[in-house]
Design a protein around this ligand. Structure first.
Ligand code: ADP
Ligand code: MG
Length: 445
């Protein structure tokens, strides 16, 4: 399966032809021609103004539905434009060829909008340097890790944006490991073109100068996919292509990812992003307030930066909430207003996402007294929920292995083992996996 925008559009045309019947199709859409894909919008050329009007009124909604289905993105839309005859004859500019379609880049995720601080300076500098010049052995592969909402995706998309604007002759492929998995599985679906599909799939990656993979931790447990990734990785690496991956944890915690992949990751540059400190939070906050066109007194801004501290996504969430309040009520909030809005906002997530609440919800699910989870008993009925609690604490909070260990009065290696154990059980037992997903959902509200 090919996922370039023009290919997605071609696939949609095929389906549209079947749905409309060839007569209607030939009258209206047979000359439709992919022009560009930007910010989720397909621009499609048609060879007359009349066709543009007719197709827009009659087929736009259906085509959008098809595009959403085929691309897997529920938000893509389509516009039609009149394309001069000469252009419509040939394939239109291939400017978007250098971008793998499976995940769209967010326009704001650029270097200029990434606020630097001591928590992310090294990650930023390295990301920026590989974006400017690829394949230096000291930072290839580049492995960036850190907790949720700390800017990993922003930073690696910034690399892609930079390459796109400054090195148009270089190709890149930006994909999350989950999408990689989905594409891989689709390419494996048996059909008479199976070999071709797989080769196409591999070619997409082989031809990239930059392979940028987000959230590589999701490859854990997927052995065949890991094998393929490993071979693609080596192939690109040996040809001096740049590989960049992110993960929510450092390489050595990625088990059960294959040892050889882990050591490949460790062989390049490994950098982390930590939660931002006050000054950096203030700077991020000010940028966000400017974006939202909100003016707040300095003491209010300071209060926000001081109070909302676990990650940047949470900080952005707080500003969005304030912005919504201001818009609805049409007033400039005082520090007291803000305090009550934010207390409520943080309360609703911290009530759920702290060690006591996580253990008590896990206890409830497994029918175990939460206090027993902190105790010493190693019976299976207690051991497993205890390990699940550790796993979820690592997954849903920014607590370190040590901090989680402290809560259970154990050391960090016990926590690490628990996380590995739960990962294994998730991959082996779908019933168990469902249960963990349920608990996770109820914690996330
Ligand atoms: P992650 O991938 O680490 O979970 P994201 O990259 O999705 O985190 O970041 C979450 C949000 O916070 C995004 O909207 C991102 O733009 C913003 N953000 C994170 N770090 C910074 C930063 N240093 N400067 C500006 N915005 C940031
Ligand atoms: Mg991310």
């Amino acid at each position: 399966m090919l996922f370039l925008p023009e290919d997605v559009f071609d696939l949609c045309l095929d389906r549209a032809k079947k749905l409309m019947g060839s007569e209607k199709y030939n009258s209206w859409l047979s000359n439709a021609c992919f022009r560009s894909f930007n910010d989720g919008v397909f621009t499609i050329g048609l060879d007359s103004e009349i066709r543009v009007n007719f197709v827009t009124h009659n087929y736009k909604t259906n085509l959008e539905e098809l595009l959403r289905e085929v691309s897997g993105d529920p938000e893509v839309s389509v516009v039609f434009t009149h394309l001069p005859e000469t252009l419509s004859l040939g394939k239109v500019s291939n400017s978007s060829r250098h971008e793998l379609f499976s995940n769209f880049l967010k326009s704001g995720y650029v270097f200029d909008r990434f606020i630097q601080g001591p928590n992310n300076r090294l990650a930023f500098a390295t990301a920026y340097s590989v974006a400017c010049e690829m394949g230096h052995s000291s930072s290839n592969p580049l492995f960036i890790y850190g907790g949720v909402g700390l800017g990993k995706t922003h930073l690696i998309q910034a690399i892609a944006h930079h390459v796109k604007t400054h090195h148009p002759n270089k190709t890149f492929c930006y994909i999350s490991s989950e999408e990689f998995l989905t594409m891989f599985l689709r390419a494996m679906i048996p059909n008479k073109n199976n070999f071709m599909e797989m080769e196409n799939f591999k070619d997409k990656f082989r031809n990239s100068h930059y392979l940028i993979m987000d959230d590589v931790q999701f490859l854990s447990n997927k052995e065949t996919t890991q094998d393929l990734f490993f071979h693609l990785f080596n192939d690109l690496y040996l040809r001096g292509r740049q590989i960049i991956v992110t993960s929510d944890r450092p390489p050595h915690e990625l088990e059960p990812l294959a040892e050889r992949l882990i050591s490949r990751f460790q062989s390049g540059m490994v950098v982390d992003i930590k939660p931002p400190m006050l000054e950096t939070r203030l700077a991020i906050l000010n940028q966000k307030l400017r974006d939202e066109n909100i003016h707040l007194d300095n003491d209010v801004v300071f209060y926000l930066a001081e109070t909302v501290k676990s990650n940047v996504r949470q900080l952005e969430g707080a500003v969005n909430l304030l912005a919504a309040n201001i818009r609805i009520q049409n007033f400039v909030p005082t520090i007291d207003n803000v305090r009550s809005i934010i207390t409520e906002y943080l309360g609703s997530s911290s009530r759920r996402l702290n060690p006591s609440s996580i253990t008590s919800i896990v206890g409830e699910y497994f029918g175990i007294n939460p206090n027993a989870l902190k105790g010493k008993k190693r019976k299976r009925e207690i051991l497993i929920p205890r390990q699940v609690s550790m796993f979820l604490l690592r997954d849903l909070t920014n607590l370190s292995l040590e901090e989680i260990g402290d809560f259970f009065d154990r050391d960090h290696s016990t926590v690490l083992n628990a996380i590995k154990r739960v990962n294994c059980m998730i991959s082996e037992d779908s019933f168990f996996k469902r249960k963990i997903l349920d608990i996770r959902e109820s914690l996330l509200g």
